[in-house]
Write a protein that binds this ligand. Structure first.
Ligand code: NAD
Length: 699
């Protein structure tokens, strides 16, 4: 026990639940009993008096929450950082607390008016280490933590609160003597939990149950080995006692109605710490956004990304375009608890089209010292056109694709930046790391329109027949346009195309010049050839729709036949293969790539079993494509989606809405998903093209 501890309290003469500024108050307005509150507060006062000297601040009418003195400010030594209340309902308390602190001779620091910080409710000294735990997310702004570190000369560890019920740090986190910690982990985000686990050894961490958390077991007053609390479960009391703490319960039910208990009702005014160099890992960056920010929902997505990534923001400027077609510009300050979180958030913001306002910063480059490997903080590319700043010049990144790195080479004719897969990085190349000096281009004008379109075809699951017809009309029109202007269409197809009787329609598309590359696996070719040679697909007679005796071996026979010929092209040349999708490809010089998989029978001699090479072949075939038609192959469609840059239209047809959604989720605004049977889709598509051209032949 120590007699040097002094605690500030405020009698509840004006206490009342007058408004609702946290979930506990909701439903409790004017439901607390003043008499009971007085009695409970007096009992707490008596208990604490045994262990500490109690100081009192005069309660003020009209400021019912002044009773919660923990929120008056944060004290360390002879310095106070006065609270800046988030809600106007409490802002009137500030001058009274300021007066009290000044009268006691404290040096009082005032935060900027627009920067909320709620004192010792959101900032608690660790009792083992010499650092300050500081909460943010509901009442205090992350940026305030940087001031704490500076003014109080202390290391600040920022923790993000994510559960509205635990809106202040001291409602779910209580550092105890000797470095013990009582806390409720679900009240914090993943990053914060990791930080707590890094700083507090497992044997000192006491994670409490939800039942204890909601009776405010963490909101306790700890003096030496005594823990004064509203209520604690038997198991919590037992585990505290095993660690040498004695628990004193004193009911505070009337204050719980306002979301506070023992700790909220007290402010320790004799808080000291051994001087350690001040350290704040908080980082801030300013970003700029330009475009149709409101229409496209981009601003919301940016702010959401910051908050869900563990950061906080301040909108510095927002110039809304005057006319409907004018673009808007916004400037947003992003803060993050440390460099790792900041890099992660900035990476995502760049993907959304944000540009760092630090115009002078060039992209940071790191040399590759081991082939196929780079620094862990390399910038992972997206599908969107990207530029990097090198020596003050923005240069366009070539071969844009997602999940790559940006490799930079200096050539006699200039600097070249190119998206490369990690495995292709060469020693001596430079790779962009971090998030500075990088910008991506997002077409915000079409963002909203395209998103609506994309999902309207998917509806609540399976698209209705009429909706499918509508989208088919649109795709047919597009195919026609592309073919007539000499553009390029790549088709990705799975064997279901053959099983559903879609091959005759795909044949037609190839013959009429609508397909310029075919990407698939072993299966589409095997079953197409099986059908061509034996009239069955997976052993099912395609005319009659019944299984053929011994048909399950047909596809193996087909493979054997092609292997004998040496290749699909040889089989066509030798007159062995005389119809089907693969036949049409060979006949019409449509290049194809068949990527191998572990499921493959055979494989066919044309199937590329070296997957790295298969990916390269796919990438070559989709280069320059205007549209990619993805027909019922989850594996290959997603593979192609990952290597396709923004700007290429993607149409994905699959019976499973999850596959269609997965493709749309890559964020491309140009993708259309159609949930339907692929055979039906192809037949409608060909009919529609027939209407447009007036020529339709099926063979
Ligand atoms: N015998 C073989 O060698 C053999 C046989 C089958 C698959 N494979 C190989 O396995 C890999 C994966 O094969 P995959 O692409 O067929 O499977 P996949 O699971 O990747 O894709 C099949 C897709 O078709 C969809 N689908 C099913 N019925 C449909 C319908 N009527 N209309 C529209 N969509 C429909 C499914 O929802 C699924 O998304 C490939 O590499 C393939 O070559 C080999």
């Amino acid at each position: 026990m120590t007699d040097t501890v002094r605690i500030l309290m405020c009698a509840p003469h004006h206490y009342e639940v007058d408004y609702a500024i946290n979930p506990w108050m909701e439903g409790n307005i004017h439901r607390s009993s003043r008499d009971r509150a007085e009695a409970e507060w007096n009992q707490l006062y008596q208990v604490l008096q045994t262990y500490a000297q109690i100081e009192l601040v005069e309660p003020q009418p009209g400021w019912p929450d002044m009773v919660f003195t923990a929120n008056a400010g944060l004290i360390l030594g002879d310095t106070v950082v006065l609270s800046r209340f988030f809600h106007p309902e409490r802002q009137g308390e500030e001058p009274y607390f300021q007066q009290w602190f000044e009268a006691q001779g404290y040096k009082v620091h005032l935060l900027p008016k627009s920067l909320p910080f709620e004192g010792a409710g959101d900032a608690l000294m660790d009792r083992g280490g010499q650092w300050l735990w500081a909460g943010y997310g509901f009442r205090s702004e992350l940026d305030s933590h940087a001031y704490l570190a500076d003014w109080l000369d202390v290391e600040v560890l920022s923790l993000r609160l994510v559960d509205r019920r635990f809106y202040h740090l001291d409602t779910c986190f209580c550092p105890l003597t000797d470095g013990y910690l009582l806390y409720y982990p679900p009240a914090f985000d993943t990053y914060s939990n990791r930080l707590i686990e890094l700083r507090v050894p497992a044997e000192k961490r006491m994670a409490i149950s939800e039942a204890d958390a909601v009776t405010f077991a963490c909101n306790s007053v700890n003096i030496d080995r005594v823990v004064v609390v509203n209520k604690a479960s038997d198991s919590l009391k037992k585990s505290l006692s095993e660690r040498g703490f004695s628990v004193i319960e004193t009911p505070l039910t009337e204050f719980l109605k306002a979301g506070g208990a023992a700790k909220c009702l007290t402010l320790k005014v004799t808080e000291t710490h051994h001087q350690s160099p001040q350290l704040s890992t908080i980082q801030s960056r300013v970003i700029q956004l330009e475009g149709h920010l409101l229409d496209s929902g981009l601003v919301n997505r940016v702010l959401d990304t910051i908050v869900s990534g563990g950061g906080s923001f301040q909108v510095l400027n927002f110039n809304l375009g005057a006319q409907r077609l004018d673009t808007s510009v916004a400037e947003v300050k992003v803060s993050a608890p440390d460099g790792v979180v900041m890099a992660d958030i900035m990476g995502q913001l760049i993907d959304l089209g944000a540009v760092s306002s630090e115009v002078s910063s060039d992209a940071k480059l790191a040399a590759v010292t081991q082939a196929g490997v780079t620094e862990d903080d390399f910038y992972a590319t997206t599908i969107y056109p990207t530029e990097i700043s090198v020596a003050g010049q923005w240069i366009e990144v070539q071969a844009q694709r997602m999940d790559g790195a940006i490799a930079v080479t200096h050539t006699p004719t200039g600097t070249v930046a190119r998206c490369k897969l990690l495995r292709d990085l060469q020693v001596g190349e430079l790779v962009v790391i971090g998030s500075e000096g990088i910008r991506t281009k997002r077409n915000t004008t079409t963002l909203k329109k395209a998103t609506t379109e994309e999902f309207s075809f998917m509806g609540a699951g399976v698209s209705s027949e009429r909706r499918v017809e509508l989208v088919v009309e649109q795709i047919a029109w597009e195919l026609r346009q592309i073919r007539d202007r000499g553009g390029k269409v790549a088709v990705v197809a799975g064997p279901v195309v053959i099983h559903t009787g879609g091959s005759k329609h795909l044949n037609q598309l190839i013959r009429e010049g609508y397909v310029h590359a075919l990407l698939g696996g072993n299966a589409i070719a095997v079953h197409d050839i099986e059908q061509s040679l034996m009239g069955t697909s997976l052993g099912v007679d395609m005319q009659r729709g019944v299984s053929v005796h011994g048909g399950h071996r047909h596809h193996l026979k087909a493979i054997n036949t092609i292997r004998r010929c040496g290749s699909i092209a040889n089989a066509v040349e030798q007159g062995v293969l005389r119809s089907g999708v693969m036949y049409e490809c060979v006949k019409h010089n449509v290049p194809f790539s068949l990527a191998g998989s572990i499921r493959d029978d055979g494989p066919l001699p044309d199937t590329q079993m070296d997957l790295v090479e298969a990916q390269a072949e796919y990438a070559r075939l989709i280069e320059g494509a205007d549209l990619i038609l993805m027909l019922s192959s989850m594996l290959h469609s997603i593979g192609v989606g990952n290597m396709t840059p923004a700007g290429v239209k993607m149409v994905c047809i699959d019976i499973n809405p999850a596959v269609v959604t997965k493709l749309s989720d890559r964020g491309s605004i140009e993708s259309i998903g159609v949930v339907t049977d692929v055979g039906l889709f192809l037949s409608l598509l060909v009919q529609q093209l027939n209407k447009l051209t007036g020529t339709y032949r099926v063979s």
